[in-house]
Design a binder for this molecule. Sequence first.
Ligand SMILES: [Zn+2]
Length: 663
Amino acid sequence: MDDLRLALLLNAVSPQVGGVLVRGEKGTAKSTMVRALAGLLPSLAVVEGCRFACDPAAPDTQCPDGPHAAAAVAAERPTRLVELPVGVSEDRIVGSLDLERALAEGVKAYEPGLLAAAHRGVLYIDEVNLLNDHLVDLLLDAAAMGRSYVEREGVSVRHAARFLLVGTMNPEEGELRPQLLDRFGLTVEIAATREPEQRAEVVRRRLAYDADPEGFAARWTRDEQELAARIGTAREVLPSVVLGDGALRQITAVCAAFEVDGLRADIVMARTAVALAAWAGRTGVIAEDVRTAARLALPHRRRRNPFDAPGLDEEKLDDTLEQSAGQEPEPEGPDGPEGPDDDGSGPDGPSGGGKDAPTDDGPSGGTTEAEADAASSRGGIPAPAPPQPAAPAASPYRTRLLTVPGTGEGANGRRSRARTDSGGHTIRAARPSGALQRLHLAATIQAAAPHQLGRGRDGRALKLRRDDFREQVREGRESNLVLFVVDASGSMAARQRMSAVKGAVLSLLMDAYQRRDKVGMVTFRGSGATLALPPTSSVEVGAARLKQLPTGGRTPLAAGLLRAHETLRLERLRDPRRRPLLVVVTDGRATGGSQALPDARRAAGLLAAQGTAAVVVDCESGPVRLGLAAELAVHLGAEAIRLDELAADSVTRLVHTIQKEAA
Ligand SMILES: [Zn+2]
């Protein structure tokens, strides 16, 4: 069974698995498969007439259509698949005030949105990576709390919103923020069907359909019915599935080995393994369940960057499973060696394993023990580091958001604030600060509606007051050109430092990739500066150039800045609306004669005079600090950030908060 189908079915068996993100190129029939899933889900009992799909057995106490009587009439309906359309508005998602009733009757009536419709069903977001950040936040909040909360002028509503989140994305069109990635229980990568055998099967089915449409449909329905029945059975088995200590140990060992952040991965993996056992009709989780769960639950959670191959390193996975299978959590007495089998984690367990579980080369009793011993003694000794010619980049991390100040008009993206009329923008309603520019009609009416009776509205005309007026603010984010100017000179070349610098630039490159920026890189050392990466959208090339970056020699800082200046000048001609952000990574110690420092400052002044937005990443470290990078920042009119301040975490959150409050 292919992974996508399996992932969807596991969610149907256990909604706690937490949804599926389907990654794949265009033309991989992602949507078709997801839509087919909804048809397989068991139907729901709902309180008749409730627009929020209350369960008659346990109605939502805060249901806006409630309270429901204990003896409410129950109705049966199919599980819904609610699709989030491209360009959907916030009102459509969370619901809105029913203007007609507000105006005609002076009643604050709430019209449920898509989150209400998706409750107890599937919420499907095609191309989730293209959704506006602001809407993504809304969905995340609802998904996290299982509840939607609407507070608007005139309305205050909460209702339950628990749904199976299924998203698709084409990774070539930009990555998802890590917070959103983590929200999906499982991910599946699918590639266009290229294998001749699969293509042949598609053709065969098509011919069968053409020859006998009714017979084909009947067979298809029979298959569907069988699947639906199997889901039902698995749901019944699910509560009695036992996750033994051995399997649990394997799960935590695998999560640790793949360096996933937080405990969520362990929990999702455990739930997935349990669902897999139920799907196979077993009441014990076996090693193969853990292995499959890892393949589905971990790829998007391990710390990775866009230049890694997709999926998991399966060899490493197998090694970890094998090692952890033999480990004992604590001395358990004479039955030690039989421990793994008691847990049902050995493939020779009573159930005999899944049909497609490869048992031939799996760990079997004796060898597991011996290997585990060898492995655990190996574990204590650090592996000797292979000799490396160039300093390797430190592991990338999430960087704080660097932006171009002001409001731009560039291509859609996720970096700097921009006025935008293209897709993905948000129209917000705001009280006008000066003269009214562009009326936001709906918001104005909403503001006025609750007061109509009070103001004595009798005829058809709305009674408006000045402070009812709202205007449209169109806001989005643009992508930028992030031009790195990287100091590769001798003063930076200390191995550990260069490794940290490369890690920082790699992190910023990843960030640029996720924000759909163009990137470029100027490096300088020895006798001059090089445009190592002409502005491009291919971040991978940037990462490759960074890896090979030669280091050492003098520090021609001025040459580096002038090269950047020239690069930006040309790029401005090519792509005038894209605003550049210059990121200068240096310790500021210009060398090469007495004029080196003044020259660098003049070059910085040239860039500042152009109004180039810049950030200096100050790489100076050690006990004696000259503060030259900070001085360079002053000449550039740039912010200076120390290398160790570049990571996101609390700082990013703070920046976001400040920006939100300023908005
Ligand atoms: Zn209800």
